[in-house]
Design a protein around this ligand. Structure first.
Ligand SMILES: Nc1ncnc2c1ncn2[C@@H]1O[C@H](COP(=O)(O)OP(=O)(O)OP(=O)(O)O)[C@@H](O)[C@H]1O
Length: 645
């Protein structure tokens, strides 16, 4: 059963276990048809694609190492010339050996040609070794270029691209298989050139010996080429069909291995459930792989049988030519050698063409992903307008925003204002759009409609990196960076140590403000402690301790706008109180955008915006909103009554 049929039957739940509804990636392969189209190719497509691939590979090799590329190509050409030369010299040896006369005489007569054969073989081996050395030097250089390109793009694309499931699928294919394929495309291109040169040498020799032998030799390659291309295409389609399953397996294995999830797996007795899910995915994968193996074996057997027949035809023709006296025995002997050389060069050529084509399919995924990612890197305005520092007013004007593939907007017609030195709070129930609005204000998402301006300058007219330099974010979903405590505060920014060589005063000040200083003082190596238990000597922090470090990051940046999204969710009461005090102090001359469900902490905000279903429904200071008796007053009364019980 073909992959297509197997997939279709899976969707209908026939033949084998039905894909469970809670594993949709096993059945809904929306992107599959597009790639199946690309992979549904025959030898004609291979012939059309190959020159493009060879061009791409050679350009890549040239960028990675021009000198090595020149050595690889030229040494292979020279080695091929010595192959042909050696074969022709063999005719001289055989002619002398098959001549009439006493054996010592014949051997002596063969010696000069024999010496030529030996010299040709030695030189060929030398040049091939040189080419091989240059080729192995190219691989790491190509890998480096390819990986750097991928990470340059993934770290620069607009944030919304990473919320788009199609983009993430493409990214996974480019990362897991596509990027490694680049070096293999280069290698198989070089192998292809090497084999082509070897084949040309053998074919040229055969052509000189007898013109009929050449087309026959080429005929032997057709069945193997057909079988290999077919097999590569089948493998590519199967791997495509398994991308979702592979990702689900990876996620499940991560859940079962990672320490982070271990307590919940045990306390919720999830072990059996996770193992069953894993087994279902593994069984699905096994079915597809077994089906692939069966079809590949069938293709190989047919290919090899046809190739055996074609090879038989070459030897029968040679025998006939010899029998009818068309070629002398010495020439026939050389022809046998040339056929064998040509055969192995052909086998190498077919293998190289096939792996170039196959790896080319994966490399194509990488190239297409990079093209798409380039389109999704935010354009830098030319010329960029400078970010007003210090700003007087940030205005959000009638902003609407929908996440990729979402069926309704997360923000609709939102207008907000932040003035210098103010604490502005966003409040509202879960999912009302507070974090989304904060990310739009921070220039992380671009609104679909409306705009955000700093002193009248729209964000899209400024260089995004200049803007981000002036915004500090204490995020809700902050990262536990597997780095030292110091790097978790400075986030890679250079620090100036104190004049006495002690810790940087800026780091100390930020840590003091957030309460992270108490955390660091308890660590074995202070600010040099690695915060990752997976490494020797690494420490682990509690949720609240991590949150203090995340807050220190925000203070360390000394930016005119500080965005705090739920900065205190994990803090104890004392630390929370202290943090909000510091945040208020921080607003002296700077601006703070505060998102929190702790309404007692927003009471002193200069202005509060209440969001409901992506819209601002109330705004004003605490007293105004309480007098309005709307959602804010409801939520506030609910929270304060819990304390007054
Ligand atoms: N990355 C995303 N991709 C798609 N939809 C998203 C994404 N992030 C948020 N949403 C959706 O946007 C809406 C607003 O989410 P947002 O995180 O802004 O709410 P919030 O008010 O900050 O909620 P909370 O109080 O729970 O933090 C929700 O319906 C949510 O499902």
């Amino acid at each position: 059963m073909g992959v297509w049929r197997l997939l279709r039957s899976r969707r209908r739940g026939r033949n084998g276990p039905e894909a469970p509804a809670d594993l949709p990636e096993l059945v809904e392969l929306k992107w599959y048809a597009r790639h199946a189209e690309i992979a549904e190719t025959g030898m004609r497509t291979v012939a059309r694609r190959l020159p493009v691939l060879i061009g791409q590979a050679l350009r890549l090799a040239w960028r990675a190492g021009p000198a090595d590329t020149v050595v690889v190509v030229s040494f292979n050409l020279v080695a091929g010339m010595f192959t042909a030369f050696g074969l022709l010299a063999t005719t001289g040896v055989l002619t002398a050996l098959f001549a009439a006369g006493p054996t010592p005489e014949r051997v002596r007569a063969a010696l000069p040609s024999l010496a030529l054969v030996a010299v040709a073989a030695a030189l060929r081996a030398g040049f091939q070794a040189g080419a091989g050395w240059a080729q192995s030097r190219l691989r790491p250089k190509v890998d480096r270029i390819i990986e750097m390109r991928l990470y340059e793009l993934t770290s620069a694309v607009e944030l919304a691209a990473l919320d788009d499931s199609d983009f993430l699928d493409d990214l996974q294919r480019a990362d897991s298989r596509g990027s490694a394929a680049a070096a293999r495309v280069v290698e198989s291109t070089v192998d292809l050139l090497t084999a082509a040169v070897g084949l040309l040498a053998a074919a040229g020799t055969l052509g000189v010996l007898h013109p009929l032998l050449l087309p026959l030799l080429l005929l032997t390659a057709v069945p193997e080429a057909w079988a290999s291309v077919r097999s590569a295409r089948m493998r590519y389609l199967t791997i495509l069909a398994l991308v979702g399953a592979a990702r689900r397996k990876w996620i499940l294995s991560d859940l079962m291995i990672d320490r982070e999830h271990a307590p919940e797996i045990r306390s919720f007795t999830m072990r059996g459930f996770l193992l069953r899910q894993y087994d279902t995915v593994a069984a699905y994968q096994r079915d597809l792989e077994l089906d692939l193996a069966r079809r590949q074996t069938a293709a190989r057997v047919v290919g090899e049988a046809l190739q055996g027949l074609a090879l038989g035809a070459v030897y029968v023709t040679l025998g006939l030519l010899l029998w009818r006296g068309t070629v002398p025995l010495a020439v026939a002997g050389t022809a046998v050698l040339a056929v064998r050389t040509g055969q192995s060069a052909l086998a190498n050529l077919v293998f190289a063409v096939n792996s170039c084509y196959e790896e080319g399919l994966y490399f194509g995924d990488y190239v297409r992903f990079c093209e798409e990612a380039e389109r999704r890197v935010p354009a830098r305005p030319e010329p960029a307008r400078p970010v007003p520092v210090p700003f007087r007013r940030i205005t959000v004007e009638n902003v609407t925003f929908t996440y990729p593939k979402a069926d309704k907007p997360s923000l609709q017609g939102v207008s907000v204002e932040l003035r210098q030195g103010e604490v502005v709070a966003l409040v509202g129930e879960n999912g009302s759009g507070k974090s989304t609005l904060a990310k739009i204000i921070a220039g992380l998402y671009t609104p679909d409609q409306g705009r955000v301006c700093w002193d009248g300058v729209p964000l899209d007219e400024m260089n995004p990196e200049d803007l981000w330099e002036r915004i500090a974010v204490i995020a809700q979903d902050y990262t536990h960076w597997p780095m030292t405590a110091r790097h978790n505060i400075t986030m890679g920014r250079p620090t100036a140590p104190a004049p006495d060589g002690g810790e940087s005063p800026a780091v100390l000040a930020a840590a003091r403000r957030s309460g992270a200083d108490e955390v660091v003082s308890g660590l074995a190596d202070g600010y040099d402690t690695l915060l990752d238990r997976r490494f020797k000597g690494g420490a682990e922090l509690s949720g609240g301790q991590w949150q203090r470090l995340a807050a220190a990051r925000g203070f360390y940046r000394e930016a005119p706008l500080l965005v705090c999204d739920e900065p205190s969710a994990a803090l104890d009461a004392r630390a929370e109180h202290a943090l909000f005090e510091r945040i208020r102090e921080h607003a002296d001359g700077r601006t703070v955008l505060l998102i929190t469900h702790r309404l007692a902490s927003v009471r002193y905000a200069d202005r509060i915006y209440v969001l409901e279903h992506g819209q601002v429904t109330e705004h004003g200071d605490h007293d105004t909103l309480m007098a309005l008796d709307g959602l804010y007053a409801d939520l506030y009364t609910l929270q304060s009554s819990a304390y007054s019980l």
